[in-house]
Structure formats: C-alpha cells, structure tokens
Design a protein around this ligand. Structure first.
Ligand code: NAD
Length: 270
C-alpha cells in the first residue's frame, strides 16, 4: 500500500534525526557543508580529512568526531570507519566525498599525478565503501551511501579525462552497491557542476574564466557548497527511501543539451 502524505510528516528533530554519519573530505568545501547540514538536520557526524586543523575545526563546530586520515591509505580508512562505528554505536550514512580535482593534458601528466588521482579519487572512495558496508548493512531501517562524481564524469572535458574517468568509475561502484546490497543499503551519487570551493578557486578567481563558466550555466552562477550538501542530506533521508542506484546532477542546468546559439534563437524568434 502506498504511504499517505500525512504519514510523511518531517521528523520533529530534523530530516536526519538519529542518523550516525561519516563524511570524508569533511574538513573543507562541499564536505564541510555536508557535515554542517547533516548536523543541522539532527545527525551525529564524524569528519574524516587529511588536513588535521580542518578536520578538527569542522568537527568542533558541530560537536562531532574528527579523524585525520588520507583516504588513499586504505588500511587507515578501514580503521577509521570502524572506530567511528564503535564510538557512535553504528553508522547509518556515509558520504564518500574526498577527492582531488585536476586538469592536466594527458601528454603532460606524470606517473605521480596519475597515481595520486587514482589513489585518492577512486581508491579512497572504494576503501570507504568497503569499510562502511558491514556497518551500513546493519543500520536499523537501512543504511545509505552517497558518493561524489561530477559533471566531468558524465561529459568529457579537455584535460580532465583521468579525473572524469575516476568519477565515472565511482558512479559504477555506486551502482554495484545499489544492486548488490539492496535492500539493506541505498547507494546514490551526486554530480555537481562548478561549486565555489578551494578546488575551483584558482579558476573562478579569474574574472574572465568565471564569466565564461557562468555564461554556460542556465541558472547563471556556480553552486554554493550547501546546495550540494542539501541534496546529500535528502538522499540520506527517509524522503529518498525509494531512490537508489542514481546519479543526481546538480549543475544549474549546464548539462542540458542545446545546439541552439543565441544567433539562431534571434533568427527564429526575433
Ligand atoms: P575542496 O578542496 O574544497 O575540499 C576537499 C576536502 O577534502 C578538503 O578538506 C581536503 O583536505 C580533503 N581531502 C583532500 N584530499 C584528501 C585525502 N586524500 N584524504 C582525505 N581528505 C582529503 O574540494 P571540493 O570542491 O569540496 O571537492 C569535494 C569533492 O567534490 C571532490 O571529490 C571533488 O572532485 C568533487 N567535486 C567538486 C566540484 C567543484 O566544483 N568544487 C565539482 C564536482 C565534483
């Protein structure tokens, strides 16, 4: 039987009341926004980050737990995830967000660049998922995983083939989790376009580049980190109880297909 709308009142203490969450890369940018949003919605949150000060500052801001870990260190990730589950008495939501952005033409990419990007973006997400699964599967009412792709994982961009390749692989890992561990675990991915964070600051601080970027976004601006965090919170909430195996694009409309230039529209419609 379908649930009636009046059975879906928001929980009194927030969308994520009672949830026990871990956010990787939670010390800055989108991850930090997720930590703050999840805490505001009633979750108890752990912050995992390679940056000691950022991890502690964010955890302190929400009364959460800080773990200083490089997600490329798969053993350290496993130990940290288990530690959080022990401290919290379980884990119900994981946001595997930590990642590096790179834009390097393939013929200029070093072995070190290649290894680091793959180890952090793909290896780190894989290690986080693997460590989290046993805990998510035991979560009362089901656990949820949110992973981090990007529009570059969906549409090619020059100089971002390897970065986008790690993001496309993350989407496939997420779909595997959705298929293999249902119904105990729901797994979804978010794919933001440009978000104003430290990662994009070098590009967006250049006025000409920012204008170029924003001119191609129907909503006319880049995203704020909390606009991604809100979608992550929704995906981990009971409002998304029938959503799994999906990639939610958060791009201000920039991936909408259009072959129509301004000139063509003027020619047709005046
Ligand atoms: P950011 O650089 O602002 O923040 C990343 C956070 O992750 C930092 O706190 C950093 O210390 C931490 N981190 C980096 N490497 C780590 C590692 N090896 N282990 C643990 N923590 C690590 O970046 P952001 O823009 O918030 O990006 C977060 C995620 O979102 C990334 O996966 C990125 O690829 C993805 N993304 C960002 C954008 C964007 O426009 N900013 C768009 C699409 C996808």
């Amino acid at each position: 039987m379908l649930a009636q709308a009046d059975q879906l009142d928001p929980p009194a203490r927030g969308l994520l009341a009672g949830q026990l969450a871990l956010v990787t890369g939670g010390g800055g940018g989108i991850g930090r926004a997720a930590v703050v949003r999840f805490a505001a919605e009633g979750a108890t949150v752990a912050v995992l980050d390679i940056d000691h000060d950022a991890a502690h500052a964010t955890a302190d801001a929400v009364g959460g737990l800080a773990l200083v870990v490089d997600v490329a260190d798969t053993r350290a990730v496993a130990a940290a995830v288990d530690e959080v589950a022990r401290e919290f008495g379980g884990l119900t939501a994981i946001v595997a967000n930590a990642g590096l952005g790179v834009s390097i033409p393939i013929d200029r990419m070093s072995d070190d660049d290649y290894e680091r990007i793959v180890a952090v973006n793909l290896g780190g997400t894989f290690a986080t998922i693997r460590a989290a699964l046993p805990h998510l599967r035991q979560a009362p009412g089901g656990g949820s995983l949110v992973t981090m792709s990007g529009t570059t994982g969906l549409r090619p961009a020059r100089g971002e083939g390897l970065y986008g390749g790690t993001k496309a692989a993350i989407e496939m890992l997420t779909k595997d989790v959705a298929l293999s561990y249902a119904p105990e675990v729901r797994a979804n991915c978010v794919a933001p376009g440009y978000v104003a964070t430290r990662l994009t600051a070098p590009l967006l601080e250049n006025g000409v580049a920012r204008e170029h970027v924003e001119s191609r976004i129907p909503l006319g601006r880049v995203a704020r980190p909390d606009e991604v965090a809100c979608v992550m919170a929704f995906l981990c909430s009971r409002y998304a109880s029938y959503v799994t195996g999906r990639t939610i694009v958060i791009d201000g409309g920039s991936l909408l297909p259009s072959h129509q230039s301004d000139e063509l529209i003027r020619a047709r419609h005046g």
